[in-house]
Design a binder for this molecule. Structure first.
Ligand code: C2G
Length: 434
């Protein structure tokens, strides 16, 4: 019996894929098809895959061409599979010619002509594009513009900011927010925090979906009102904290929630970056507070018993450094944020079985360790992070707009709690100064 194997993403299965599978099948008596797992696709830069792994597996199964379907999850798995399944022939489309010659040491390698004129990315491109406008004179604008180019279906509508902010001179720049919104289907807002709620409301009232850099609003009530308006308008309102979209961050949350370190009794997070304050500066609690608070609220919840906000304030109320301590019914948390104080940007989650250590800069990490009393049990995790997580955040935003389903990785309760803490900072509630 001649056993053949081939691999692919098989997203939005089309006749190019089917023809490949038919010819692969004809090479032998038994065809194994390896469908790539989401994480594996992400690690090799394929972030725009529309269908879930199971949808893609089902589509391949429905062709009736595969005698067996396996999942391709890691680099180098092909060699393992060829040995394990005693494969005689590896085959793949001619767009890969030469790339798998190394497999000739294990089996015959056949490159089959790729079917011209069709591809999953062409099909994706045909989808309705989302014209995305960018609002705010912040260095984040350039990062988001650059990252939006990795997301199928985004068309850059323009930027409302000071001209010098936008490095790419081919992009339309205006100082008129109304005009920007008229050219856009959705906007990314990174104006000054005190402008956020007004900028968000204007966009929602014009029927534009919004991805707003956290905090969405400087009060819990205003935060809630904006999400209500979004629902009434049938628009998406998503909080932007890129850390939430880093694979390592979301995998860490799953491990914690799955009990990997036992009951969590403490969450500690520090975020600092020295920056000379100027008129456009975000203060420490707005610049870093949302990121530092995210793991606290996502792990311990938003119902804390008490908190204390201690800040090192300038005369104008600009906080150069702020520490926020929380007491929960069965846990404590502490976050330290600073734009004029430098510290170790680490995150530590302490539990009854062990703890998780995330090294600096934990907010754009691709790596963390689960550590135990018996150090031989320690585990290290690495998940590739491209673009600090921004492209995945933009992808989630676009998918939310296309599907009408909330694809945000940040619960609305967390968004509201973040706005609530910042509201108390400005009201000087639960606050002290040093
Ligand atoms: N294919 C084809 N004709 C097309 C499109 C795709 O013959 N018009 C072939 C590809 O060459 C590949 C298979 O169909 O052999 C699956 O294609 P994709 O789903 O795009 O996945 P790809 O990443 O190209 O798969 O590690 C090997 C890769 O996973 C190959």
């Amino acid at each position: 019996m001649i056993k053949v194997i081939t691999y692919g993403t098989f997203d939005l299965l089309h006749y190019g894929h089917v023809r490949l599978l038919e010819r692969a099948k004809a090479l032998g008596d038994y065809l194994i098809v390896g469908v790539t797992a989401d994480d594996f696709d992400k690690s090799r830069g394929k972030i725009n895959v529309q269908q879930s792994l199971m949808e893609r597996v089902e589509a391949v199964r429905e062709t009736g061409l595969a005698d067996e379907i396996i999942i391709e999850e890691y680099e180098g798995q092909k060699i393992d599979d060829i040995r394990r399944y005693e494969i005689d022939i590896f085959t793949v489309g001619s767009d890969w010619v030469g790339k798998f010659d190394y497999l000739k040491a294990y089996c015959k390698v056949v490159y089959l002509d790729r079917t011209q004129g069709i591809s999953s990315s062409n099909i994706r491109e045909k989808k309705q594009k989302i014209r995305l406008g960018f609002m705010g004179s912040s260095p984040m604008i350039d990062k988001f513009i650059r990252e939006s180019r990795y997301v199928n279906g985004i068309e850059i509508a323009g930027v409302c900011a000071r001209k010098e902010i936008v490095k790419d001179k081919s992009i339309y720049v205006t100082d008129d927010y109304e005009e920007l919104m008229d050219r856009s289907d959705a906007v990314y807002i990174v104006s000054l925090p005190r402008q956020h709620d007004a900028d968000v409301l204007k966009a929602l009232q014009k029927g534009k979906s919004v991805l707003c850099e956290s905090p969405v609003a400087l009060s819990a009530a205003k935060n809630e009102e904006l999400f209500t308006v979004a629902r009434e308008q049938g628009c998406v309102l998503m909080e932007s904290i890129k850390t939430a979209y880093a694979t390592a961050y979301s995998r860490l949350l799953l491990l914690v929630k799955g009990g990997k370190i036992g009951a969590v009794y403490s969450v500690d997070a520090t975020c600092t970056s020295l920056q000379k304050p100027n008129s456009d500066s975000w203060n420490s609690i707005c610049a870093w507070g949302p990121t530092a608070l995210l793991p606290v609220f996502q792990i311990l919840g938003c119902e804390y018993r008490s908190k204390e906000i201690v800040s090192y304030l300038e005369k104008d109320g600009y906080d150069k450094f702020t520490r926020i301590s929380f007491v929960y019914d069965h846990a404590v948390a502490s976050v330290k944020v600073g734009k004029a104080v430098k510290s170790e940007g680490e995150r530590i989650i302490s539990g009854t079985k062990g703890y998780i250590y995330v090294p600096a800069p934990w907010w754009k990490t691709d790596y963390f360790e689960v550590r135990y009393e018996d150090q031989t049990q320690n585990k290290r995790y690495f998940y590739q992070l491209d673009g600090e997580g921004i492209r995945y955040e933009l992808l989630a935003f676009c998918k939310s707009i296309e599907t009408g389903k909330n694809g945000s990785y940040i619960e609305q309760s967390v968004s509201k709690a973040i706005s609530g803490v910042i509201e108390d900072f400005y009201r000087r509630t639960d606050c002290k100064e040093i």
